[in-house]
Each structure stands twice: as C-alpha cells, then as structure tokens.
Design a protein around this ligand. Sequence first.
Ligand code: PEP
Length: 262
Amino acid sequence: MTAPRRRPFIAGNWKMHMTVPEARALVAGILESAPRPDEAELLLIPPFTALTEVAKLLQGTGVGLGGQDLFWEERGAFTGEVSGAMLRDAGCSHVLVGHSERRRLFGEDEDTVLKKTRAALKAGLRPIVCIGETLEERRAGGTIPRLDHQFDADLGGFTAEEMASVILAYEPVWAIGTGLTATPAQAGEAHAHIRRRFEEKYGNALAACAIILYGGSVKPANSYELYREKNIDGFLVGGASLEADSFIGIAREALRADREVK
Ligand code: PEP
C-alpha cells in the first residue's frame, strides 16, 4: 500500500525539562530556523508548567503544542491531574498517551491508556499513543505480538472516525533514552505491520492517512535513514528535542529524505 504524500511530523517531548525562561530560549531557537509549516509539521510537548507561555510564543507560527499526559476524568477531586479540556484551554492540539515512561514508572496499564485516549478524543485533542516492545520481548521474537496486543488493548472499540484522529508512535522501549536506535529495517518492519493493522481493522483509506511516528534515540545523524522508510511519517523525539539545533536538524534531515524518496 502506498501512503499519500504528507509532511514529516516531528514532535519534541521535553519530558521533565525546561523552566519557563529555559522554554522561552528553546522556542526562540527553534523558531529561528524551523522549516516552513507547509514543509514539516512541528509539535512541541513541554511540561504542563510551560504550556501557556509556549502557546503564546507559538501563536501564528504554525508550530503545534501538545501535552505530555492527561487524566481521563473531566473534573473533580483528582489532586495533581490535568484534564483534556485544561490542555485545550492551554492551547494544546495533541497529547501523548501511554508513553513507556508512564507505563513503566507510573504503572499505567492498557486500560489506563484506553481511558486516556478516549478522554483525549472527547476533549478534541489528537492523542499520540505510544506502543513498543521491551528488549526481552524483541529477543524472544515477541515484537509483532506485542504491537498487536497493544494496538487492540489500547485502542479497542474506537470507530474509524475516532481512529482518524489517533497518531501512533512506535517506540521500542529499549531505544528510549538509551542511545540505542532501531535500525531503519527494524523500524520499517514494525511500522509496516502497524499500518497493516490499521488497514485490517479500519480499511485502506484510513490506513493510508494514518500518521505513524518512530521514537527512540532519534538524532540528526540517524533521522535521514529512518525517514527514508516509507511507513515512517515522522519522529517523536526526547533528548534531541531539548536543543534547537538537534531538533531542527532532525526535521531538516527528514525533509531531505522526504524530497528524495516520498
Ligand atoms: C521519547 O521520550 O519518546 C523518546 C523517544 O526519547 P529519546 O529520543 O530520548 O530516546
């Protein structure tokens, strides 16, 4: 199946980094050399405390804003939690759901991910749902079964219309923050499988438009080769999104590959 041409989608997950003054400086650096919005879709995902300020700085630039997490309830006595409506209010269009750090460090299971994805869609946010295998699962030949299981359990019961808003990020757990990256062939195989899963469940047209990001130690030096894989539509970037040069370098390398092969 040939996916329609689309812009590289590059999202920067800042995790628990960046005070407001630091965020201001990073955004200024990114905007200074960002590709045009019609060339690449950029999304910044700061911590909650910097959202409002970053939203102001991004106004009119075409660069999007996302939250790192949300709670599934709309309001109430849930100390420390943030709802989808609050993220919208702060200027977000997207939200990460089920990042492996949330699953591993904060005990989020598939039911949690499903509820959060549903809440994001209800609030009008595009969820970026992260899935991926551990090193043990990969070594035991369990990568594809793991992806299938997560696809079904994290996203069970959504309509095709809802799924059209869902972005998937394939993030092999062993490649996140470790300096290890999936080879283009490994990532390409996982992405092709995820797109086939979309196709089996929701049909050709939706699968062709689905955005499937790769994440796991992406940097300017590996993003060109990864992006050449036809089912990789962009990147979810952690560490390398904390400096303007490396974040923009990744976007430019993806664009270079995009012009050559897609
Ligand atoms: C991430 O946090 O989603 C991620 C991919 O991190 P890193 O790029 O640092 O591996």
